[in-house]
Write a protein that binds this ligand. Structure first.
Ligand code: ATP
Ligand code: MG
Length: 572
């Protein structure tokens, strides 16, 4: 993993090394062809982003490189047009372009059928009529070899006829399957005569009623790769044990293009789950507000949360590509978005939990326009006028009636600076008669300190953000925290389901916030830093001109920087 900022040179890893060596040896005639092959049965998550960055990235880094976006749509009952559209839009959002190269495994159903017939003719595939239960029993276990199916020795003619009748819709679902004839005693269970085709009397959203038999993933994937001329078929480690089958199919069929399958470790991130099955469950249970809930690790959720595509690509580059499974600290992801937003987000002021401040020596009907630059290091971002008036709001946390020693914010008798404005001093407080709670802080300001410094050299330690009561806009702010309490929220051996680890406090909604008037009409999705508080974005779904809604993307506290510093020190 790369702790420091990524360099501008292209990334390097074991997969890129293999590809570079292949190019040097002029393997594949110097071509590089990859693919990203999602199954359209859910929304993409940040684990997919790792695979997208890798596949599209490698194609882009190599002259003439090509990357396909191929929908692995072999399972008609689980697929949905909504998912396909979301996948396309997420890949585009992440910054990748497949150009003309959008394909579907279902494009190849005719070819795949012919390939299956070819295998039957070679005596390498047979129609098996065991029930699902029997098939399981015959398969054996890791410790025990499997047993040959009694249908294994059907002759070629019988197999061809039965397979044709399967295709013609003569049989009910589950009555027969087509299996590869490999080795029921293989130590690799994937090689124990795996199923190649099954009967499924379900319409397919692209091929309609044309098919009632559908090819299995292991048969489809290698052949789709081969048909598209893929040179390097990059997938996650769980497919390592499938590689012998991948190679077996292509060898038996003597295809012209035999891609090399290369496996890498899938991305895991602490305090979340990266599995469509689990994410679907969260959506179905209603514990999140849909696939694009800003707490979800989906690309659409991260987008809505205020993550930029650049920050995600940068994250993917930093975590690198390896062969060993690990869990990446979510603090690194947060660090990446913070770093990006630090550069691009304008600074504004927003008060999340307002406390009323009255400046007694400031005229009641006066408003001053103060200058506030949008970015401390980037003058090109310009500045805005911030109205200052007699009644203001500051953050409740920034006032303590009875402060401990190191509290440098406002308290009775103490002076602080208001950002871009003046020094103010707390003279006394007004309390609620019943609760005794401070409801108003009465202050005086020093007109000599406009802009935030005193001509007499008097210094103050604290600088607070604030808004003018009359001029500020009402806003709702949603503070997000980790979705799970546990680093690795898996289903437990104790029968605990992963949802038992959900963090009940992953969302806090603040409805009485106030933000500075420059945010009027802020575009949905636009980002800003509320000074001293964090990075926020205008929610693209719920925000309106009448009531602004902000999502907290990330706080300003950088726990990753600390981790990195420690790691660096340990190395020295
Ligand atoms: P899930 O387990 O979330 O359902 P999947 O692997 O079934 O994921 P696919 O749609 O089949 O999802 O994945 C498309 C591609 O993305 C595959 O090549 C897969 O290996 C890759 N991919 C999926 N999850 C991750 C991950 N966490 N890290 C890296 N790559 C991933
Ligand atoms: Mg899958």
């Amino acid at each position: 993993m790369n702790i420091d900022k990524v360099s501008s040179s292209p990334p390097s890893d074991f997969i890129r090394t293999i590809i570079a060596d292949d190019l040097k040896a002029n393997k594949n005639n110097g071509r590089v062809v990859t693919r990203f092959p999602p199954e359209p049965n859910g929304y993409l998550h940040i684990g997919h982003a790792k695979s997208i960055c890798l596949n599209f990235g490698i194609a882009a880094e190599n002259k003439g490189g090509i990357c396909y976006l191929r929908f692995d749509d072999t399972n008609p009952s689980k697929e949905d047009v909504e998912y396909m559209e979301s996948i396309k839009s997420d890949v585009r959002w992440l910054g990748f372009d497949w150009g003309e190269r959008l394909t579907y495994a279902s494009d190849y159903f005719d070819l795949l059928y012919q390939y299956a017939v070819q295998l039957i003719k070679k005596g390498k595939a047979y129609v098996c009529s065991l029930s699902a239960q029997e098939t399981r029993e015959y398969r054996g276990t890791l410790q025990k070899p499997g047993k040959d199916s009694p249908y294994r020795n059907r002759n070629v003619e019988e197999n061809l006829e039965l397979f044709e009748r399967m295709r013609a819709g003569e049989f009910k679902d589950g009555l027969h399957v087509l299996r590869a004839k490999i080795d029921m005693a293989s130590p690799n269970i994937n090689m124990r005569d795996p199923t190649l085709y099954r009967i499924k009397s379900v319409a397919h959203h692209r091929t309609g009623d044309r098919w009632c038999i559908y090819p299995m993933y292991d048969f489809t994937h290698c052949l789709s790769d081969s048909i598209e001329g893929v040179t390097h078929s990059i997938c996650t480690l769980e497919f390592e044990d499938h590689r012998p089958l991948y190679d077996w199919v292509l060898d038996e069929l003597e295809v012209d293009c035999h891609p090399q399958q290369i496996e890498f470790a899938r991305l895991n991130i602490s305090y979340t789950v990266l599995s469509k099955r689990k994410l679907i469950k969260l959506v179905e249970l209603g514990v999140v507000d849909g696939w694009d809930d800003p707490r979800m690790p989906t690309l659409t959720g991260l987008n809505r949360r205020g993550y930029t595509p650049e920050s995600i690509r940068n994250f993917c580059e930093r975590i690198g590509v390896a062969k060993r499974d690990s869990i990446v600290d979510v603090a690194l992801l947060e660090h990446c978005v913070r770093e990006d937003l630090n550069r691009r987000a304008p600074r504004v002021m927003g008060v999340l939990r307002p406390l009323r401040v009255v400046i007694d020596n400031f005229p009641e009907d006066k408003t001053e326009e103060l200058d506030g630059p949008y970015h401390p290091e980037d003058p090109s971002m310009g500045s805005r006028k911030i109205p200052f008036s007699r009644v203001l709001y500051i953050e409740q946390d920034d006032f303590l009636e009875d402060p401990p020693k190191k509290f440098f914010r406002l308290s009775p008798g103490r002076e602080v600076r208001l950002r871009y404005a003046y020094y103010i001093k707390c003279e006394y407080v007004v309390k609620d008669e019943q609760t005794g709670k401070v409801i108003e802080v009465r202050c005086t300001y020093d007109p000599q300190t406009r802009g935030g410094s005193s001509p007499d050299g008097r210094r103050v330690k604290g600088t607070l953000h604030w808004v003018s009561a009359d001029h500020s806009l009402k806003a709702k702010v949603r503070l997000y925290d980790r979705l799970f309490k546990k680093v690795n929220p898996v289903d437990g051996k104790d029968g605990l389901d992963f949802t038992e680890h959900l963090n009940p406090n992953s969302l806090e909604v603040l409805s009485t916030c106030r933000v500075e008037p420059s945010l009027a009409g802020a575009a949905p999705g636009s980002m800003c830093q509320f000074e001293r508080t964090g990075y926020f974005c205008v929610d693209s779904v719920d925000s309106s001109d009448e009531k602004l809604v902000f999502n907290r993307t990330v706080t300003l506290r950088d726990s990753w920087a600390k981790i990195a510093k420690k790691a660096k020190k340990a190395k020295l």
